[in-house]
Write a protein that binds this ligand. Sequence first.
Ligand SMILES: CC(C)(COP(=O)(O)OP(=O)(O)OC[C@H]1O[C@@H](n2cnc3c(N)ncnc32)[C@H](O)[C@@H]1O)[C@@H](O)C(=O)NCCC(=O)NCCS
Ligand SMILES: Nc1ncnc2c1ncn2[C@@H]1O[C@H](COP(=O)(O)OP(=O)(O)OP(=O)(O)O)[C@@H](O)[C@H]1O
Length: 202
Amino acid sequence: MKLIALTGGIASGKSTVSERFRQLGAVVVDADVLAREVVEPGQPALREIAHRFGDPVIGADGRLDRAALGAIVFADPRALADLGAITHPAIWRRARELFDRAEAADPHAVVVYDVPLLAEASADRPLRFDHVVVVDAPVETRIQRMVELRGMSEDEARRRVSAQADDAARLALADDVIDAGGSLDETLRQVDALWQEIAPAA
Ligand SMILES: CC(C)(COP(=O)(O)OP(=O)(O)OC[C@H]1O[C@@H](n2cnc3c(N)ncnc32)[C@H](O)[C@@H]1O)[C@@H](O)C(=O)NCCC(=O)NCCS
Ligand SMILES: Nc1ncnc2c1ncn2[C@@H]1O[C@H](COP(=O)(O)OP(=O)(O)OP(=O)(O)O)[C@@H](O)[C@H]1O
């Protein structure tokens, strides 16, 4: 198995890139999906979140109120760190299980882990990657995407950008950089070229 980490700032284009890798034959594991699974009702992390952040972050249906929690943590670095301390160990554990499963199914699998917060977790991340790919796009382009495509206010978009590591910290981890600041077509062409390097036999 080859294990590739795919990271990038919010709205840089990671999902677009990982979907292309999937079409090319990679097994994609998405940390955002795992982050949602570990806070499902009944999971220990949801109980810890309720304990730390109180009832307002739990909806009437007993599920996490993501908008309410997001409003708290993206405005307060300490709250964000507390949330990460609750969710990140469970996310890494689940990721490890899925990598092991992919390897058992196919020892030659190329697994792409779409992980927005790799740079933030780099000091204590419990996994080694064969290759780190960073998707890069200018901050102003990403803000514009969040506002135009996701209906966020500009303020909210900027808060989310500031809650993450900066571009230099992410680029310092990169074995390869995909420039996703241009056209969609240019992004996809770079992914195709990179796949030929990473998985030449596939
Ligand atoms: C705070 C929460 C509830 C907000 O939910 P919401 O649905 O609004 O956002 P969503 O989960 O879709 O995340 C969208 C993007 O926000 C960014 N983001 C999410 N969590 C964080 C974080 N802790 N720090 C910095 N950026 C983050 C990422 O770029 C992510 O792709 C949610 O993001 C969360 O539970 N975060 C903690 C878990 C985590 O670390 N997730 C990141 C994947 S490793
Ligand atoms: N050159 C480009 N490369 C990639 N995406 C682009 C490009 N131009 C425009 N886009 C658009 O920008 C958006 C990027 O969103 P995407 O969900 O791929 O980002 P992301 O990095 O996965 O975000 P998040 O951190 O929130 O998970 C998509 O709607 C995509 O269509």
